[in-house]
Design a protein around this ligand. Structure first.
Ligand SMILES: [Zn+2]
Ligand SMILES: [Zn+2]
Length: 153
């Protein structure tokens, strides 16, 4: 089964690969298991154990049943995460479909990713904040107007 992982060093067994991945990763408070690859860059797919993609190697040994015809996708959208429960296999088409959502809201704010689904949140917090602020400003203006009217009488 390990032979199906592209670029993986031949000397790895499932056990030693599991150990290798565990030793190179750090658990974050949000549940993600962040792997340290060969590079120093974060937020990208990482390569380990030869030239294999860390998330694919993790899927193969922690989840099992790796299908090389499918892609390994991150539910958490954290590219260097190897937490098994955050990984799932999807077809290339499905993987692309999840990326067709616009990355900004209609007012141009960067949208937030819902960690549970890996998709963008429907509501925009920045827009919500703006409309709440406008509402408070309107309230304050009405109160000021009422006070001014009262002072004149
Ligand atoms: Zn994760
Ligand atoms: Zn917005």
């Amino acid at each position: 089964m390990l032979s199906e992982i592209n670029g993986l060093s031949r000397h790895f067994t499932e056990d030693s690969l599991r150990q290798h991945l565990t030793e190179r990763s750090i658990r974050r408070d949000d549940g993600c298991l962040i792997i340290r690859g060969y590079g120093t860059q974060r937020g990208v797919y990482q390569k380990v154990a030869g030239r294999a993609w860390a998330h694919i190697a993790a899927y193969a040994v922690f989840v099992g049943g790796y299908d090389p015809d499918l892609e390994v996708d991150h539910l958490c959208n954290v590219k260097d995460c190897v937490e098994p429960t955050h990984l799932r296999q999807v077809s290339h088409a499905d993987n692309c479909r999840t990326r067709t959502q616009a990355p900004t809201c209609r007012n141009g704010h960067d949208r937030e990713v819902d960690e549970a689904t890996g998709r963008y949140r429907r509501t925009c917090r920045a827009c919500n904040r703006d409309s709440q602020r406008r509402w408070r400003e309107r309230q304050a203006a009405e109160v000021a107007q009422a006070r001014a009217a009262y002072a004149r009488t």
